[in-house]
Design a protein around this ligand. Structure first.
Ligand code: MN
Length: 129
């Protein structure tokens, strides 16, 4: 079971994402704005953050940069959720501090596999003390 923070302003996407994760036995924390996401990330130190790129108050990449600058959230895996990815976007997202990105609309099996793979990969890089 992973505690996963979802930062997503679309209610439809949020509901879909939460449903998939909870059915797989994970726990979902929900934020509709970047500010709320930053606050929940600092308070709960989730195992993973799913970060929408287009948010009402702040770009998801900017929010990711802020999480990477904060010692409380620096090592939390972050997967960007993006409606479309163009050539070069992967590099921009990695430069901002994202570990991976998933293109929406998400697909059940591939999504869960990616979520679990990224957490394993990042934990390998930053083993718990
Ligand atoms: Mn959005």
């Amino acid at each position: 079971m992973l505690r996963i923070l979802i930062v997503e302003d679309s209610r439809v996407n949020m509901l879909l994402t939460v449903t998939i994760l909870e059915r797989a036995g994970h726990q979902a924390l929900q934020a509709e704005t970047a500010a709320e996401g930053l606050s929940l990330a600092r308070a709960h130190a989730p195992d993973l953050i799913l970060m929408d790129i287009q948010l009402p108050d702040m770009d998801g990449l900017e929010a990711t940069r802020l999480l990477r600058e904060d010692s409380r959230t620096r090592d939390i895996p972050i997967i960007a959720l993006t409606a479309f990815a163009m050539k070069g976007d992967a590099e921009v997202m990695r430069d901002a501090g994202c570990d991976a990105y998933i293109t929406k609309p998400i697909r059940y099996e591939a999504f869960l596999q990616e979520v679990e793979a990224v957490v394993q990969e990042v934990r390998g890089k930053h083993p718990a003390p």
